[in-house]
Design a protein around this ligand. Structure first.
Ligand SMILES: [Zn+2]
Length: 175
């Protein structure tokens, strides 16, 4: 894509749509089977004074992953012809796993990961094992599962085992 001598901002909404598509396709470092769009952490893509401003919200892992995402956004958008890209972080409202899209949940299940149950709203004490309903096995769909470890490969996941099909799986925690 060449934009020589022409400010992309003047081209308008079509370019913003292209930028949104490129930005939304960036994978999450901790959950690479889903994109930042799937996770709902891509908050905004806008033009500001001829520059592209991308706003993202941190998830489970906070800053290290966010830096990686910001770097990836800058790189991919520059490859797509957006010369000046600013990545901003929005801490409020805080991200919730409820923001994960239906498509994101489908991709998690397809990768053998149980998507998060509904996050507790308000000052609800979160006791271990209370997952607001059963965690469903991503392989067979059974709710007869139990947690075997509070932390999986990364802090955002817990280890579960399905009593129906006997397979272990990872659950992406609700927050
Ligand atoms: Zn199962």
């Amino acid at each position: 894509m060449t934009r020589a001598g022409d400010s992309w901002a003047s081209a308008g909404e079509a370019d913003l749509d292209a930028a949104r598509a490129v930005a939304g396709a960036v994978p999450d470092p901790e959950l690479p089977v889903v994109t930042v769009a799937d996770l709902g952490i891509l908050r905004d893509v806008a033009a500001e004074d001829g520059r592209l401003v991308v706003t993202i919200t941190p998830t489970y892992s906070g800053c290290p992953a966010l830096r990686e995402i910001a770097h990836d956004l800058q790189y991919r958008l520059s490859q797509a012809g957006f010369a000046e890209v600013i990545v901003r972080t929005a801490l409020a409202p805080a991200w919730s796993s409820d923001w994960i899209t239906a498509e994101g949940r489908r991709k998690l299940r397809a990768a053998g990961l149980a998507p998060p149950n509904r996050a507790p709203k308000g000052p609800v004490p979160l006791t271990l094992g209370d997952r607001r309903g059963p965690v469903l096995c991503p392989r067979c769909g059974s709710g007869d599962t139990r947690q075997t470890a509070a932390f999986g490969g990364t802090a955002c996941k817990a280890l579960f085992r399905c009593e129906a099909c006997r397979e272990p799986f990872e659950y992406v925690k609700e927050i």
